[in-house]
Design a protein around this ligand. Sequence first.
Ligand code: BV8
Ligand code: ZN
Length: 249
Amino acid sequence: MEIPKIIIDKLKIAKNIVILSGAGMSAESGVSTFRDPDGLWAKFSPTELASMDGFMSNPQLVWDWYSMRLNVINNVSPNNGHKAVAEMEKYFDDVTVITQNVDKLHQRAGSKKVYELHGNIVENYCSKCHEPFTKSILELDKEIPKCEHCGGYIRPAVVWFGEELPQKAFKESVIASQKADIMFVIGTSGEVYPAAQLPFNAKNSGAFVVEINPNHTALSQYLDISIHEPSGVAMPKILENYLIERGRK
Ligand code: BV8
Ligand code: ZN
């Protein structure tokens, strides 16, 4: 695949790189996306499963859904896209990963600066008193666990629809987007706010914004360039072309 020269030229003068990733970043690791035809929302309804109301009306169903997803995540590895993003930290002053994903694959690939806008699926806490729940859920039986302190249902530490994003992570993400020289928007349909506002923060502050997505999205028309390739192919290629340009390969 051809990488447009302008991306390499922009990288050669860039200091601050921001990566905004969505479920498509983890697709090549074998983790289902949400809105693809075979995605999670094709089988389940987001509001029924990824909202507090949905959880309170059927805690066991939501708990089973997240346990199934955690099982998948515990049996996959970061793909070449995650690894290329992590490797970029060696060549640029500042690389910030802002992810909507809850799978920790960026961290497992070695990325050090990661903001998880939608929380993570690995930690759990009590839905009533918010006490952290530290037992590994894979050792528990199928029954949704209850809080030892107040009897409330235990829930995953993800951000559901209608819930506020972690304030510090979001604030830092806006600042990083405004300081970005180049932003890669990878594997997101750009439909979920306020995460989907960040490419506009970057663009309005002068960043060059590159979309990496096999499909056209709600963001495509506003961004500088779209590479219609899987991220596990495009990101390693972009890094390789950059390093060749810099005579480092
Ligand atoms: C908030 C949980 C306010 C974790 C998720 C009415 C009431 C309340 C809020 C709203 C409302 N109407 C609108 C809103 C705002 C709402 C929203 O945006 N709704 C949308 C659907 C319209 N947002 C919220 O509710 C947010 N909170 O606004 O709170 C507030 C303020 C103060 C006080 C209180 C409240 C919370 C949003 C977070 C919701 N949580 N998930 C989990 O279960 O995982 S959302 C879910 O969608 C995931 O987190 C996911 O990350 C996110 C975005 O999806 P994507 O990552 O983009 O994935 P998707 O499948 O859509 O796309 C994948 C893409 O990858 C595709 O384009 C595909 O082409 C591409 N792809 C596929 N393969 C590859 C690839 N790309 C590259 N390489 C490949 N190989
Ligand atoms: Zn409790």
